[in-house]
Design a protein around this ligand. Structure first.
Ligand code: ATP
Ligand code: MG
Length: 531
């Protein structure tokens, strides 16, 4: 297909050309595999023709998921143009940072994002004349042309890739920016093919006849590899939605008999509290993958009770590892719901303690997870210092995540190294606290951060809570007392509770603790239940 046959990796199977490849989850419009290939190869030819010797080396795609988005992505891969997809929720200045940093010379733009792109123009290093802006729609106003306007007639065949091409940067996604500025992650064709092959051995396996629902953003590596590339390599169809919206997602699952859902944790919260969820036939769902952020056992169990025939299984990974490092395995993961699974084939791992020694896993010690293998990125784009700080000699990528491993190799993510709260010398993992708090009946959602108290010269543990019920202040006090009964002193909510309407989250479902910490610093919130 459009994938290179990466060295050391068996070729991907061939499938019937008339099978559906991508289906628009709202209109039902379908691209067969043959149509996708033809459109992508023609668009690839059009891209190579742009600018002659100045042909683009990097293209940016900006907009919510759509069939046109998908065609543009496959066209980039076929043309050997590096694809740098930008988060559809970015502001014009965030977009400008990515376009300038990635060196993109061509932009594919959803119609909804044209005005914001024009706003970003003064911040861009390049001028982007109209022929370097291609609109992802059926029609567009002058001066721009659509993707369909520039397609050459005729049929084109895929170029063969050789070994060197397999190492070229296929995707340049930007990490979520949870812990700092987003970084451009160089993912090669070989990285992607390796991830697909490894994933097909574990839970991530897909088959012809499967229908995968993809509303998670294609600009994020999870959506890109698991929701755009892998299904096609396995003959599965993908139902595409622009974003998560309760009713359209439920309708699409029923209408297209979706078998595999790609979720992020906030989606479970919304659906569990949705009055609509029981109105739709969700019996086709066999598996739901939850990735990008921790899913509590509580949420997992509540959702399993709602859709009993469906297995909900975590996957764990990061942009730098294309993305999954570990996932659950069909059949043998029952009872391991606390875990994020076992290492995918091809990965090697170490758990490294702060003193540089390997953790003693027989004693349950945790350490920072270091991994190496064929899915590990080439490095950060134009940032050798960050690359050197992240990839240790020997090719070990430092994940920044604190992880434990049991005797059978099941991994659990304790928290992010950078986000551990230090209370009077004790380490408190916010993720663990969030997992506890969500079990309280009155807690709908939660984010935990450390707030620095100069008087005691320590960080304190503060919870931001979305609560049920009316008398929120007294509920918050009950929650604080409830935690005090269940957790060691260091984990009590010494920084108090702040009641909020929503927890700030990234499009991939990560709690933006950075924003909560800023709120805490600004000191503008009424804090209740400070013990
Ligand atoms: P940045 O590196 O720019 O600060 P980020 O690390 O959030 O942002 P991503 O690559 O999108 O960007 O996310 C990877 C991180 O997400 C992992 O390092 C891990 O902390 C977290 N993560 C992913 N999946 C899981 C999971 N199943 N359970 C717990 N944490 C997860
Ligand atoms: Mg990261």
């Amino acid at each position: 297909y459009l994938f290179p046959e990466a060295p050391g990796i068996s070729p991907l199977p061939a499938f019937d050309d008339q099978l559906p490849a991508f289906i628009d989850g709202k209109s039902g419009r379908t691209l067969t595999r043959a149509e996708l290939r033809s459109l992508a190869l023609r668009l690839a030819a059009a891209m190579r023709a742009i600018g002659g010797a100045e042909a683009p080396g990097v293209a940016c795609i900006w907009g919510f998921n759509s069939l046109e988005w998908v065609v543009a992505a496959y066209a980039c891969m076929a043309a050997g143009v590096t694809l740098s997809p930008a988060n559809a929720g970015y502001t014009p200045s965030e977009l400008a940072h990515q376009i300038n940093d990635s060196g993109a010379e061509l932009v594919f733009l959803a119609p909804s994002h044209i005005a914001m792109f024009d706003e970003a123009r003064p911040l861009l290093k390049r001028s982007f004349p109209p022929e370097r802006v291609v609109i992802l729609a059926e029609s567009a106003d002058a001066p721009y042309k659509t993707m369909y306007d520039i397609l050459p007639q005729g049929e084109f065949t895929a170029q063969r890739f050789d070994r060197a091409d397999a190492q070229a940067t296929a995707w340049l996604c930007y990490s979520s920016g949870t812990t700092g500025l987003p970084k451009g992650v160089m993912t090669s064709h070989f990285n992607i093919t390796s991830q697909i092959q490894a994933g097909n051995i574990g839970f991530q396996r897909m088959r012809p006849g499967d229908a995968v629902i993809a509303f998670i953003p294609y600009s994020h590596i999870y959506g890109a590899v698991i929701g755009l590339l892998q299904p096609i390599s396995q003959g599965s169809a993908v139902v595409v939605l622009p974003r998560f919206e309760e009713v359209p997602v439920l309708q699409a699952i029923e209408r297209f008999k979706v078998t595999l859902g790609l979720f992020v944790p906030p989606v479970f919260i919304v659906l569990l509290n949705s009055p609509h969820v029981r109105k739709y036939d969700l019996s086709s769902l066999k598996t739901i993958m939850s990735g990008a952020a921790p899913l509590s056992a509580e949420l997992l169990q509540a959702f399993t009770a709602l859709i009993p025939q469906c297995r909900i299984i975590q996957a764990y990974g990061m942009t730098e590892t294309s993305p999954n490092i570990a996932n659950m395995h069909r059949g043998i993961s029952v009872g391991r719901e606390y875990s994020v699974g076992r290492l995918l084939p091809g990965f090697q791992a170490r758990l490294v303690k702060d003193d540089g020694e390997d953790a003693d896993t027989t004693r349950g010690e945790a350490g920072e997870l270091w991994v190496r293998g064929p899915c590990v990125m080439k490095g950060y784009h134009n940032n050798p210092a960050a690359t050197d700080a992240t990839i240790a000699p020997g090719g070990w990528l430092k994940t920044g995540d604190v992880v434990t491993r049991d005797a059978e190799g099941w991994l659990s993510v304790v928290d992010r190294k950078k986000e551990l709260i230090k209370y009077k010398g004790f380490q408190v993992a916010p993720a663990e606290m969030e997992g506890l708090l969500i079990q309280h009946d009155d807690v709908l959602d939660v984010g935990v951060v450390g707030v620095y108290d100069p008087k005691q010269a320590t960080e304190l543990v503060r919870a931001y809570l979305v609560l049920k019920g009316d008398n929120k202040e007294s509920v918050a006090e009950q929650v604080a007392a409830w935690v005090a009964q269940r957790a060691a002193r260091a984990k009590h909510l010494s920084g108090g509770i702040v009641v909020v309407d929503a927890i700030p989250k990234s499009p991939s479902g990560k709690i933006l603790r950075k924003l909560l910490r800023e709120r805490a610093k600004a000191d503008a919130d009424p804090v209740v239940a400070m013990p």
